[in-house]
Design a protein around this ligand. Structure first.
Ligand code: GLN
Length: 550
């Protein structure tokens, strides 16, 4: 039924609560296996109907992570790329919507040869096809598949069914890791195993027995509870791995290896692997140490709007930005302290900008729509006039251009068409290629997405940061600097130091160093390319400017 290849598959599922750490577990397992000389790739399954994450508000689902081929995916894909130091493509990401869409298209094309197409087995079979293809494309020896959601939900059942079918077909090649949560209720004061026992039984109901249980909790799992879980979850005690809360996610692979997880997985799957690569491993360890060291702190403000969820504040919407800041700070032996500032607050009380004085640097990240825009513009103006290092990412670069047009060129109503189509000075306009798309309201997956090249201007900040003439970066936008204003703006002193190879799209804007220590924005999203062991050059240049002007 399903063709064989020589790949091993590790499914990662979650029990008891959402947000239990499946993504970091998947990434960490990938890292420790890669460190044993295995070729690894990872794949994320999101059980929702959305075809991709691009149409969701970040407060719903966290950051939209853009792959090099332009797929708009879940933030976990960013974790996989960062931990594994690999580039993934759309075959590494699947949603219920995407799978159904393919099956329905195949049915319309008569590819099922007149058969009745059914939810089972045809949906799981498409899932399996995609998982195997991801392995083949990456020439991987191990594919790690994270199944989103929590065990017991209706939504991920068909994916578990696919996993069960794969195990049935090839028992020695498929294994299951369950990440589960062990609460320690305040009043009780004792770590409780029962919810996890139940979760494993529910998973058993899908015909699946976990091989490894990752026991997440506030504290380390003790021997007594390890034995209890072993007995009631039907696995040897050494297959229960303690995973207490840590300050930095980069410690997790190190903790896993202190419990010999890579060796356990190799045993379970009968994989022959090398001894851990000590050079790579010590590099990772010394990087991870920085999260705890860094004597001197650097204060960075991120001014955005995707923070609130009910009464809670979420930083997930800007995960890659935060990580990029960390890597470039750690590399300078500094510890970043990040503050979340709501752009809307600066709209309500403009005098608040004065509080920005205490920050060593300001970032305005990507965004959409009009809410908070006037607040962001106030922040950009303050950073420019007071020479506070400023880094604008996508919308943050567009804000720079609007602010400059308003306050330096005197075009008081300058704006982006996205916010005010009636403005007389639309300095940020819709891209030509986007007009038809917006008219037809065909919003899903249609922005200017993924990798594009940019040429860098000689003598610019950008060029000296990158140390190269051209760069390839990932994009996600519909609007651009209007060609009607480029000359006027440049004449007034703002430099477009990065342009598309045909010279039509402005990719980077900056002020010369003689005017401002660091005032730079990118139409692309450099944060998607920052990796722990290779920080992004622009973030590094920004952090260096922050340190200098501290
Ligand atoms: N809303 C802006 C655009 O579509 C910026 C997008 C972004 O920040 N990712 O061009």
């Amino acid at each position: 039924m399903i063709s064989k290849n020589n790949c091993k598959y590790i499914f990662v599922v979650g029990g008891v609560i959402s947000g239990v750490g499946k993504g970091i577990t998947t990434s960490s397992i990938g890292l420790i296996l890669k460190n044993r000389g295995l070729r690894v790739t990872a794949l994320k399954i999101d059980p929702y109907i959305n075809v991709d994450a691009g149409t969701m508000n970040p407060t719903e689902h966290g950051e939209v992570f853009v792959l090099k081929d332009g797929d708009e995916t879940d933030q976990d894909m960013g974790n996989y790329e960062r931990f594994l130091e690999i580039d993934l493509t759309r075959i590494n990401y699947m949603t219920t919507g995407r799978v159904y869409q393919t099956v329905i298209n195949q049915e319309r094309n008569l590819e099922y040869k007149g058969k009745c197409v059914e939810v089972v087995p045809h949906i799981p079979m498409e899932v399996i096809k995609r998982i195997k293809e991801a392995g083949i494309v990456a020439n991987a020896e191990v594919v790690i598949i994270e199944i989103g959601g929590t065990i017991g939900e209706y939504q991920n059942m068909l994916f578990l069914e696919a996993a069960r079918m794969m195990k049935l077909e090839s028992p020695k090649d498929v294994s299951f890791v369950m990440v589960s949560y062990l609460p320690t209720p305040g009043k009780v004061g004792e770590m409780k195993t029962k919810p996890t026992q139940h979760a494993v039984r529910v998973l058993n109901g899908s015909g699946i027995q976990p091989d490894i249980l990752i026991a997440r909790g506030e504290t380390k799992l003790d021997e007594k509870r390890k034995e209890k879980l072993s007995l009631f979850c039907n696995m040897p005690p050494d297959r229960v791995v303690s995973a207490p809360d840590v300050d930095s996610v980069y410690d997790i692979p190190i903790n896993f290896e202190s419990e010999n997880l890579s060796s356990k997985l190799c045993d379970i799957l009968g994989m022959v692997c090398q001894k851990p690569d000590s050079k790579r491993w010590s590099k990772w360890k010394s990087f991870a140490k920085h999260a705890h060291n860094g004597k001197e702190t650097i204060n960075i403000a991120i001014v955005g709007k995707y923070f609130e969820t009910g009464d809670f504040v979420l930083s997930d919407s800007y995960l890659s930005v935060i990580e990029a800041i960390k890597y470039s700070s750690y590399a300078q032996n500094k510890k970043p302290i990040i503050s979340w500032l709501n752009a809307v607050d600066f709209e309500k009380s403009p005098e608040l900008v004065k509080t920005l004085k205490k920050y060593d640097g300001i970032i305005v990240p990507g965004g959409f729509g009009s809410r908070g825009v006037e607040g962001k513009l106030k922040v950009v103006e303050y950073a420019r006039k007071n020479k506070i290092p400023y880094f604008g990412l996508c919308y943050g670069m567009q804000m720079m251009v609007i602010e400059y047009a308003r306050n330096v060129l005197g075009m008081t109503d300058a704006n982006t068409r996205e916010v005010n189509p009636k403005s007389k000075n639309i300095v940020i306009d819709v891209m030509e290629s986007q007009k038809d798309i917006i008219d037809k309201k065909s919003y899903g997956g249609t922005m200017r997405l993924g990798e594009y090249k940019a040429n860098l201007r000689e003598g610019s900040l950008a060029r000296s940061a990158y140390g190269s003439k051209e760069v390839i970066e990932r994009h996600r936008h519909r609007y651009e600097v209007s060609s009607d204003y480029i000359e006027k703006i440049e004449k007034a002193g703002l430099v477009f130091s990065g342009k598309s190879p045909d010279g039509t799209l402005m990719e980077i804007a900056e002020l010369p160093k003689s005017v401002h220590p660091f005032f730079l924005g990118t139409q692309f999203h450099p944060e998607f390319l920052a990796r722990p062991l290779s920080p992004h050059p622009l973030f590094t240049a920004f952090m260096k400017a922050c340190i200098k002007s501290k």
